[in-house]
Design a protein around this ligand. Structure first.
Ligand code: SAM
Length: 242
């Protein structure tokens, strides 16, 4: 069975213990440092930013850290993490990073400055969002992706071809394990680009959704989480999936 490795701590330190050149894919959902237009909004705790407190029980989630950097700090922080992740990754492997519309430019900068070759943006159509009068809705989040090298295309019979746009409903609040949890179905479909039996690295694993998707699809997983309570949730979910 593919190896599952879960590490609790700051990814900037914990990544040093991951063997160089060992990962087949990085798939991660960092704190977006978003959730507002102005500096004052972004500094609010994540509970206030992302949960309508007691709506559907969302108030049960604790806030997580790393989410109130200004845009330049966020870009630099993400660059440093993605650069370390690149060192841990095999040549030609893929790095895919979730982000929302506000920090999309910061994420594409960070990915490129970290040394990944920027290849595109996958759209996650969540199928729901707040209606905002006189504006376009923000129905989508994005997955900025790049490769660790040229990653040549091979036009051959049976070659893997994946969509650039995924419509998957977000996790209902009543079923969530984390404030900003990503749906397992979406993660499984993104992980399809990682070779079977390969290992996926997630330096911001939260409640371990990427790990669950890896177990379900026969991939190995290395996950890092700073917060002890979310780390425990990730361990429990991944153990249950195994
Ligand atoms: C957006 S959430 C990930 C949610 C995850 N995709 C899920 O489905 O549960 C980002 C996570 O990164 C963690 N985090 C923040 N800073 C970190 C750091 N320096 N090292 C490791 N984890 C960190 C936060 O505690 C938070 O749980």
């Amino acid at each position: 069975m593919a190896e599952i490795r879960l590490l609790q701590g700051d990814c900037m330190e914990m990544l040093d213990g991951v063997p160089d050149g060992s990962m087949d894919m990085v798939l991660t959902d960092p704190p977006y440092s978003s959730g507002g237009l102005f500096a004052g909004d972004r500094k609010l705790d994540t509970r206030t930013k992302y949960c309508a407190k007691e709506y559907n029980g969302a108030g049960r989630f604790q806030s997580f850290s790393g989410d109130n950097m200004d845009q330049r700090s966020f870009t630099e922080f993400l660059r440093m993490v993605l650069n370390k992740c690149r060192r841990k990754s095999k040549p030609e492997s893929i790095c895919a990073v979730f982000i929302d519309w506000r920090n999309l430019p910061a994420a594409t900068d960070a990915l490129q400055a970290a040394g990944w070759i920027y290849r595109g943006i996958v759209v996650w159509d969540k199928g729901n969002s707040r209606p905002i009068p006189n504006r376009f809705r923000n129905d989508c989040e994005y997955v900025v992706w790049g490769a660790n090298g040229r990653r040549p295309t091979k036009y051959e019979k049976g070659a893997l071809v994946l969509p650039g746009c995924y419509r998957v409903s977000s996790v209902p609040t009543t079923q969530k394990h984390h404030q900003t949890e990503k749906p397992i179905e979406l993660l499984e479909r993104l992980i399809a680009i990682c070779p079977e039996g390969g290992t996926v690295l997630d330096p911001f694993m939260g409640s371990g959704s990427t790990g669950v998707a890896c177990v379900n699809t026969g991939r190995g997983f290395t996950g890092i989480e700073l917060d002890p309570a979310y780390f425990q949730t990730a361990q429990e979910r991944i153990n249950a999936a195994q």
